[in-house]
Ligand binder design. Structure first.
Ligand SMILES: O=c1[nH]c(=O)c2[nH]c(=O)[nH]c2[nH]1
Length: 323
């Protein structure tokens, strides 16, 4: 990713940045007094022309990460120094995590002549508006589960790679899952089955087809809506219709159906990567010498296990027309 430089007859790559810069932001609606809140964990990585710092002890081209670190603390009071916060303050209207990442990347690549590319990653903490007696609260939030993520890679010349994603989306179904017909050898003890639990924690990231800043023409929260829509397609495809569900012959087949459904539904998504660990729920059969059947497994009592778990991941991309 980083450009390679040749130094002393050797190839050299470098980048520097700041990880885990945390920021919270409240937007207050004047109309109905409702507050909107986001908490973001921002990582910045800059590709920049600062080889002299490595080879000649000349730091004159360095955007210092220590400045950023000190500024994070300072900024609890003053919101105008660290780039992350300057931009957060400038966002008088609520923005999506994708737009904010683009804003930051634009800032770094346009302000510093040395910076050729900015890579911004943001993870949004899942604060959700709370409801009291069925009524959405104006300023109360509780922590949910899955996290909205984004990564923006922006080049000085405007070339853009934009991905959105979801992490920690835990899904489980108690039937309509099996695993049969796999290779059997000396080490195979797993029985074939058409009846098992299926549980996973989906990590997905999908890339938008936009390849430059100019090609993005969305409303202020378009990416948040798209995130919710993609998540819904993933979840709906995993479970199938509410009454009968849909049979899963393997995690692999379900993963592929989910990826295909996203590409079929969203023309502006050019690829999707899915990681779906197979989180096992083992059948419980208990016996002893004196009592051969204490608990007989009848698709009811399971032992949940995190370790080890199956690891299944794949990505699906549109093949670009060569025309
Ligand atoms: O859906 C599954 N895919 C596998 O590759 C696998 N391997 C395994 O032991 N159980 C399962 N289940």
């Amino acid at each position: 990713m980083a450009p390679k430089d040749e130094i002393d007859g050797m190839s050299f790559e470098q980048r520097h940045g700041k990880e885990r810069v945390r920021v919270g932001r409240v937007w207050r609606s004047r109309e109905d007094g409702r507050h909107f809140f986001v908490e973001w964990n921002v990582s910045i990585s800059l590709l920049s022309d600062c080889i002299p710092a490595y080879v000649r002890a000349d730091n004159s081209d360095i955007v210092a990460t220590d400045t950023m670190k000190n500024t994070v603390r300072y900024l609890l009071d003053y919101c105008f120094i660290l780039d992350v916060y300057v931009k957060a303050k400038e966002c008088s209207e609520k923005v999506s995590v994708e737009e904010f990442a683009i804003l930051l990347a634009k800032h770094f690549t346009s302000l510093y002549p040395q910076v050729t590319t900015a890579i911004i990653k943001i993870v949004e903490k899942p604060w959700e508006r709370i409801s009291i007696s069925g009524q959405p609260h104006n300023h109360g939030f509780k922590l949910g589960s899955e996290r909205h993520t984004t990564q923006v890679i922006l080049n000085k010349n405007g070339n853009l790679q934009l991905t959105s994603g979801v992490d920690g989306l835990a899904l489980l179904k108690t039937t309509q899952s099996g695993f049969e017909g796999f290779i059997r050898d000396l080490n195979t003890i797993l029985p074939e089955t058409r009846e098992r639990m299926l549980a996973t924690e989906v990590s997905a990231s999908w890339r938008y087809q936009f390849e430059s800043l100019q090609s993005i023409s969305r409303g202020p929260l378009g990416f948040t809506e798209k995130y919710l829509d993609v998540k819904k397609v993933l979840v709906d495809t995993f479970f199938g219709p509410p009454k009968q569900g849909v049979y899963s012959p393997s995690v692999q087949a379900t993963l592929y159906d989910m990826a295909k459904a996203v590409l079929a539904r969203f023309p502006d998504v050019s690829s999707i990567q899915l990681k779906m660990p197979n989180i096992h729920f083992l059948p419980v059969n208990l016996s002893s010498k004196t009592n051969p059947v204490i608990v007989k497994f009848e698709d009811d009592v399971y032992l949940p296990t995190d370790e080890p778990h199956g690891s299944i991941e794949a990505s699906l991309s549109r093949i670009r027309s060569k025309m």
